[in-house]
Write a protein of this length. Sequence first.
Length: 184
Amino acid sequence: MSIQCRPPLNQSDLSRLDRFLRSNACGKEAMGLSYAHGFLTAIASGPEQLDSAEWLRLVFDEPVFNSGVEGEELLNLALRLFSEIQQSLKNSLGFRPIFDHVRSHSNHIYADAQPWAMGFTDGIKLFAECWTTDANRALKSPLDFIFQLANTQGLPDNRYSKLCDAIPDAAEYIYCFWQAKSHS
């Protein structure tokens, strides 16, 4: 499948994709939007390019579409999401992860970056053979932010918020590291 230039995904597009990914029409291993965004960010910023058919299968986990039109629409939404991630990392357009939002007992809504970070860590596992000692050393700091968030569900505190705020720079740093490696 080719990724064509299209308008950016709007909130309605993202909600539609998330609803479908969380529906019974997808397999039990399908990813929610935040998890998928982290997973796709790892793929886009990784050391090798994966064919879209490979990662689409992992994101949707054997979907059952109501029609060919619905299937094409939802697959195109996922392809557009991946394209947007790639472009924002490539062009330093202010990469913004998509986090889930949680409502606290006091009715306060805050970001929960854990699904995104877990998706990212699962995505980098696809490239395990590329993670040399040098890569681990160079990427330790940005990966530490992601690993901390993968192990912590959203908390409405300042420390957690700072970890969430560090994710865009961490993802861009990882992307730039692997791009520099591929061009050397």
